[in-house]
Structures are given as C-alpha cells and as structure tokens.
Design a protein around this ligand. Structure first.
Ligand code: MG
Length: 129
C-alpha cells in the first residue's frame, strides 16, 4: 500500500517538547520520525527510505547542535531542498540569524507557539511548497 502521509522529522533533545509535537502531528495524520540529537538525526536521514517533507530542528542539543545539522543538510544534494523550521528560544536571536542565513525556511519560538499553531505553520509550509 502506498504511504501518502506527509512525513515530518523532529530533531529535539527536550523529551517534553518532542513528545508534544510528536503526539500532535500523529493525531493530525502525519508520519513522524524523531531524533534527540544532531548525530542521530543525520544517521536516521540516511537510513530513511522516504526523505521527510519537512524538518523541525532544535538548536541546542548534545553531540551535534542544530546549526551544524542544518549546514550538513544544506550541503547534501539529497536533503538540501527539505524545508527546515528552527525550534528556538527567545534568547537565540543570533542563532536564528545564522540559521536563516544557512538556509532555514522559517523559525518558531517554542514558548510562543501552542502545538496547534505549530501544526498550522507546518500545514501552511507544506501546502505552499
Ligand atoms: Mg535543546
């Protein structure tokens, strides 16, 4: 059977945040793959049969942070066109600027968005692509 669900990868080391977004996206009919650090995320990207339609990417994570992950994704022909949305905190203005220059599609400040608003943002990005 063909799987035509949209697929979102969540790269986030905060278990609580991961769990909220994961649950919300599954309920909305997405396929979700998660990774709790940058290294694992890159490994999983290589292993996935179907590349994600969109990536949510936290900035501060152990082993490899989000900006390094973003740089690697954007250098890889296979992955560079996947829209990446940075998951950020209020204090991360400089990191957001760097991320947008590196080719992130958008960012959201985690404490300002309810899970429903995150879902809305994802839907609108996917429908405009
Ligand atoms: Mg983090």
């Amino acid at each position: 059977m063909k799987n035509d669900k949209k697929k979102v990868m969540i790269i986030e080391d905060d278990y609580f945040v991961m769990d909220i977004y994961h649950t919300k996206l599954i309920q909305a009919g997405f396929e979700v793959v998660g990774a709790n650090n940058g290294l694992k995320a890159l490994e999983k990207l290589q292993e996935e049969e179907r590349i994600p339609d969109l990536i949510l990417l936290d900035i501060i994570m152990p082993y490899m942070g989000g900006l390094e992950v973003l740089e690697k994704i954007k250098k890889d022909d296979k992955f560079k066109n996947i829209p990446v949305v940075l998951l950020t905190n209020l204090s991360q203005k400089a990191e957001i600027d760097t991320g947008m220059k590196l080719g992130a599609h958008d960012f959201l400040i985690k404490s300002h968005f309810t899970p429903s608003e995150v879902l809305e943002k994802i839907n609108s990005l996917l429908n405009n692509n």
